[in-house]
Design a protein around this ligand. Structure first.
Ligand code: PLP
Ligand code: TYF
Length: 394
């Protein structure tokens, strides 16, 4: 029977990770997979996470099952972190999931249960796993314009024009902040215009927020999600703790469903529980427990927020250094977008051929669509990258 299986396409980002590992050049630079790395190239366990783990080890008395939706304290803490007081707590149902990916997967399944004819509008481009999971679930996608190849910012007119085609019962997938893979983001005035289109068309927003705290700050990065959630009748939010708590392998995320009609809460919560049960029963607990401990303890929370802020500022510093260095070497402002982009990623906006030349000739690894992970750089490698970009003729 196994011989009937078909070869499945590999994840290009993960394949690139392997290619990098196999490259013997000591000068190679990894700007591929979206994992935060400090100046020494290390992805550290955050201080508050270590402290919470120690406490947990000392205090945890059982590893018995918790609940299908995970620990309600985790839901409360994450709803607070992401939504603040933008919506009333009794309009939100939530379930812990294995990472933000698990939350996306459950969200897609939920909207298909609610509307078998659902179409999901996705930004062009979006995170490849969105497309892969949607395809796997047989959910049709419609692309909306997003990245402006000329300015490397958002093609906002194009985006609004394409979103005008949304029909009631369609879902619009939006990145809450730090767009992956482009790094180009909407400002709040533009988000308000998106809300207006959603209200006009009846489209249901689904917000994927995987980098809260990596862009303009913890509160600032949540502002768009809060605006949307407080403005529309219904929305879904898939939040990941992988990056901002650095708990990647613990698989920590949450799916929230917000409905202004409070009468729907039982139905949405029941559906979230049901989906967890069908897919894996109880969600992972360890990472969620650490996140809850950190968010609910003022000292741990401050330690975490301070470290996250340092991470954010270091990435902003690298962006500015790279933009400045490219301006100096190229004698033009055409790379200024690098300091405007936010989050871990920027799309350089060059061809796959050029990306391949950077890899072959300079040992610089970025994703084929010319996405680079800013956190893969440090003060010493920024000038090396800038020179390689200019020498390659990008
Ligand atoms: N959504 C986006 C856009 C991402 O970049 C990521 C990245 O890691 C995720 C969701 C979810 O990640 P995880 O499942 O590791 O929490
Ligand atoms: O886009 C990225 O690089 C991160 C990490 O299958 C990632 O979101 C990459 C590929 C993948 C899962 C996570």
């Amino acid at each position: 029977m196994f011989s009937n299986l078909k070869e499945q396409p590999a994840d290009k980002i993960l394949a690139l990770m392997q290619l990098f590992k196999d490259d013997p050049r000591p000068t190679k630079i990894d700007l591929g997979v979206g994992v935060y790395k400090n100046a020494e190239g290390v992805t550290p366990v955050m201080r508050a996470v270590k402290a919470a783990e120690k406490q947990l080890w000392e205090q945890e008395t059982t590893k018995s099952y918790v609940a299908l939706a995970g620990d309600p304290d985790f839901a409360d803490a994450m709803i607070g972190l992401v939504l603040g007081d933008a919506v009333a707590r009794d309009t939100v149902s939530a379930a812990a999931t294995p990472g933000g990916t698990g939350a996306c997967r459950q969200a897609f399944e939920m909207v298909k249960m609610a509307n078998p004819d659902v179409r999901v509008f996705v930004s062009n481009p979006t995170w490849p796993n969105h497309l892969s999971i949607l395809k796997y679930l047989g959910i049709p996608t419609v692309e909306y314009r997003y990245f402006d190849a000329e300015s490397r910012g958002v093609d906002f007119e194009g985006m609004l024009a394409d979103l005008a085609d949304v029909k009631p019962g369609d879902v619009v997938l939006l990145h809450g902040c730090c767009h992956n893979p482009t790094g180009a983001n909407l400002n709040l005035t533009q988000w308000q215009a998106v809300v207006d289109v959603l209200l006009k068309t009846g489209g249901v927003p689904m917000i994927d927020i995987a980098y809260q705290g990596f862009g303009d700050g913890l509160e600032e990065d949540a502002a768009a999600t809060r605006l949307v959630a407080s403005s529309v009748p219904e929305c879904l939010i898939a939040a990941s703790c992988s990056k901002n708590f650095g708990v990647y392998r613990e698989r920590t995320g949450i799916l929230m469903a917000v409905a202004q009609d409070k009468g729907l809460k039982g139905l949405t919560q029941g559906t979230l529980n049901y989906l967890n049960r069908q897919n894996y029963s109880f969600p992972p607990d360890h990472g969620a427990r650490l996140v809850t401990m950190i968010l609910n303890d003022p000292a741990l929370r401050k330690e975490w927020a301070d470290e996250l802020e340092a991470v954010r500022l270091s990435m902003l510093g690298l962006r500015q250094q790279l933009a400045d260095e490219l301006q100096r070497l190229s004698g033009s402002d055409r790379f200024g977008f690098l300091s405007q982009h936010r989050g871990m990623f920027s799309r350089l906006g060059t061809t796959p051929d050029m990306v391949e030349r950077l890899r072959a000739e300079h040992g610089i690894y970025m994703v084929g669509d010319s996405r680079l992970n800013i956190a893969g750089l440090n003060a010493q490698t920024v000038p090396i990258l800038a020179k390689a970009i200019v020498d390659t003729g990008i």
